[in-house]
Design a protein around this ligand. Structure first.
Ligand SMILES: C[S@@+](CC[C@H](N)C(=O)[O-])C[C@H]1O[C@@H](n2cnc3c(N)ncnc32)[C@H](O)[C@@H]1O
Length: 345
């Protein structure tokens, strides 16, 4: 099955086949899945391709737009010319320059900042059924241009100081928005469904999401074993969530941070080590009538034994499925780290 190429921290693109096999091996029968920490939407997309009813949820509205583009927008509706038109200012329309004025030398070049300002203000004028695809194309282009594909550091200089012109990353970063818009529009059209699957997209924090399904897939933020300063998803992707709330950006910039973090949709649920066990316990309790499938890793906190014990409080049987080693694209130095699916039946 063709899957979207993801450049997102913690994406399960490379694991989803193994997750599916693990559920099959346990002979779990299900019609519906709740993907509570949906991220890139790759798990929801896979399940929808397999004919399951899907509820996708994520705390960030930019991720929800990405999921909407993949799952709820029909193939062929958003064209390359739609994408390219977004790059031009429309005569008679007034434009703000919020990114160009506030984010000089932070994430993108001046010219790119101006393009982002234009595109984000053009999208609301598109027909509603094209908007999610437009956000998808803009966000994928913004992500691919960032060193490490993240926004938690002000490090445009990594990009601009890199002189070796054919160094792989440099080439990727310097692709124009025009080329990227064409590339991602083509890719998206190949992935989109012709007949839309049964999917609902929700934008709640996991503990506030009251949807139910036969299988609840839980893929929380992850903490390393050793207690160190961990980076939140908000910190990694605040800029894209900011773009979803464009007019509100100036009043939410945190000037105490060098990277001018945008304080919108910041929520510490499942992002604090000290509260994680308690929050996970609450979440499993909420879904104790569903089959639980929890992704984690052997090198994380809490340990697999602790996680299994939490699930066992609510479920009669648990299984720990070891999915093998998997070096995440953004995290290659994890020798010995095994990916795990803990299933509660
Ligand atoms: C490990 S990633 C999930 C990756 C996803 N399974 C995929 O394959 O792309 C964790 C996701 O949880 C989201 N998130 C963080 N805290 C959350 C919360 N309290 N409720 C819902 N989603 C949350 C983040 O935005 C992030 O997309």
């Amino acid at each position: 099955m063709r899957l979207p190429i993801t450049r997102y921290y913690g994406s399960k693109r490379k694991l989803i086949n193994k997750i599916w096999e693990a559920l099959n091996d346990l002979q779990i029968e299900f019609d519906s899945v709740l993907d509570l920490f949906g991220g890139t939407g790759v798990v929801s997309y896979f399940m929808a391709q397999k004919g399951k009813h899907v509820v996708y949820n994520d705390i960030f509205s930019f991720n929800c737009e990405i999921a909407k583009a993949l799952l709820c927008s029909s193939r062929g509706v958003f064209s390359e010319s739609d994408a390219l038109c977004l790059l031009n200012k429309v005569a008679g329309r007034e434009y703000d320059n919020i990114i160009a004025e506030n984010y000089i030398d932070i994430y993108y070049t001046d010219e790119e900042n101006r393009i982002i300002d234009t595109v984000i203000q053009n999208i609301p004028y598109l027909e509603p059924e094209k908007q999610a695809s437009a956000y998808y194309v803009l966000f994928q282009s913004c992500i691919i241009k960032r060193p490490f594909n993240l926004f938690h550091r002000k490090n445009l200089n990594l990009r601009t100081n890199f002189v070796k012109a054919n160094f792989g990353n440099k080439k990727t970063w310097e692709q124009s928005f025009e080329d990227l818009f064409i590339k991602f529009t083509r890719e998206l059209n190949e992935l989109q469904f012709t007949v839309l699957p049964q999917v609902e997209i929700t934008n709640f924090s996991a503990l506030n999401c009251n949807r139910h399904a036969d299988v609840v897939y839980i893929d929380t933020p992850y903490f390393p074993k050793e207690n160190g300063g961990s980076i939140t998803y908000h910190s990694r992707y605040h800029f894209l969530e900011g773009l979803m709330n464009y007019a509100a950006i100036p009043s939410h910039i945190d000037y105490s941070k060098v990277n001018l973090e945008i304080n919108i949709s910041r929520n510490l649920e499942f992002e604090r080590r000290s509260c994680f066990i308690h929050e996970l316990d609450q979440l499993i309790n909420m879904h104790r009538d569903s089959i639980i499938a929890l992704s984690y890793t052997t090198e994380g906190y809490p340990s697999i034994d602790e996680l299994e014990a939490i699930i066992r409080r609510y479920k009669a049987r648990t299984h720990v499925c070891y999915l093998g080693q998997h070096s995440f694209a953004l995290n290659r130095n994890n020798a010995g780290r095994q990916e795990v699916l803990i299933v509660g039946i």
